[in-house]
Every structure is written in C-alpha cells, then in structure tokens.
Design a protein around this ligand. Structure first.
Ligand SMILES: [Zn+2]
Length: 221
C-alpha cells in the first residue's frame, strides 16, 4: 500500500507484528511497518507526528547526494583519500597522471577495473603493515565486492577487504584492517574486542563515525 501524504511518499507494509516502525533507506524511501489490521487513520496520525523527523532524514539524504553529485556523475573520483577530476578525452579517461582506455564505452566499468587494480596494489600492503604492527596473522586476504561492508574475517582467519576501500584515506583503511585482524582473536564485537582495537587505535570511534561519510562510494561503484 502506498500513501501519499502531502507529497511525502510512504510505503506501508502490513505484517504479523505487534509494533510500528518507520525506516528510511539510503535512497530516501520511507517504509512504515505495522500490524495487519492497524487502522489507517491511526497510522496517519503517527506518521504525521513523526513528519518533521522523516522530512529531515529524507532531506539529509538528498543533500548528501547533491554534495557528492560529481562523484555520482563520474566527474570526480576518490583515490586513497584524495579527490581527482576525471577528464574524458576521446576514448580515454584521465585521472591525475593515469590514462585509462574506456572499455566498451562503459565509463563505470572502466573505473571499477582501475579501482580494483589500485586496491590490489594498496590494500594488502596496508593490511600487512597493520598485521605486523599489531602482531596478528591472517591466513589469506582477498578483495570483495559488497555494498554494505568494508571488510570481513571468517573463523579460518581469511580476511576480505572491499575494493572500494582504496578510495579512502589510509586511516580508514588501517581501521578496517585492524578491525578484521582483531576478529582473528575475537569473532564478535564484545567489549574485549573493542578493548583490543583501542589498544592500537584509541580514536577508533571517531574514525568509524567519520567513515560513514564515505558510505556513498559503496553505492556508486
Ligand atoms: Zn566486525
């Protein structure tokens, strides 16, 4: 069911549940979940009470997209924390001193390919640096392609790093490496886990918070 409340578009999902939840996804779409037979006018009242909060969230999301428009349009790209202009000349893309031949007329595909190469060269080097620094070993490291995760570590100490991480500054790369390496000791996010992370990166919380500003790159590529 779709409600249009003063231009605000809200998807209502009824199910066997007892509570009501309002969630806004990364595209700024609003979802309201409620019990099967919950009265519509009551629901509208709740939504209207939350209206300001919902609108603020939706606006924040679209402002962020606007702010990062150049990245979404492939006019700019981040690499290791620095922003570069992407210049399109004939059949090539020029990024700093790099000249990339556009593959099959597909700019995005070309950039992904290039990013993966950069990731291969940089991320594993950082992982080894951090691994030596903290004295924790891993079995194998590979790149991964995930939309919601920067990295992972399984119980056999295999570490995966999202190739998009290469777009971020070293401090964020190091945080993800440290986080995953700490999972070789604690396979959870317990207090012990975070204490261990703090030993080597006391400001991890701030770094983690700052990092969410770059979640948009997970959407673009
Ligand atoms: Zn974790």
């Amino acid at each position: 069911m779709l409600y249009n409340i003063n231009v605000m578009e809200i998807k209502v999902i009824r199910s066997k549940r007892h509570s009501i939840s309002i969630k806004i996804n990364e595209n700024g779409e609003v979802f309201v979940r409620c019990p099967l037979k919950y009265p519509k006018d009551e629901l509208l009242k709740i939504i209207n009470n939350k209206r300001q909060w919902i609108e603020k969230c939706v606006n924040d999301i679209s402002n962020k997209k606007l702010q990062n428009k150049d990245y979404y349009m492939f006019n700019k790209i981040l690499l290791n924390g620095k922003s570069y202009d992407i210049k399109k000349v004939d059949r090539t893309l020029i990024i700093g001193t790099n000249i990339l031949k556009i593959k099959g007329n597909d700019v995005k595909k070309t950039l992904i390919c290039w990013l993966k190469k950069q990731a291969q060269a940089l991320l594993f080097k950082r992982l080894d640096l951090v691994s030596n620094f903290v004295g924790k070993d891993y079995t194998q490291a590979t790149l991964m392609n995930a939309r919601k995760k920067w990295g992972s570590c399984d119980n056999r100490k295999n570490i995966k790093l999202n190739y998009r991480l290469v777009m971020l500054d070293n401090k964020y790369i190091d945080y993800v490496c440290l986080h995953e390496l700490t999972h070789t000791k604690y396979m959870n996010h317990s207090k012990l886990f975070w204490n261990e992370v703090s030993k080597f990166m006391p400001n991890w919380k701030q770094i983690k918070t700052e990092m969410s500003n770059f979640n948009f790159v997970l959407e673009i590529y």
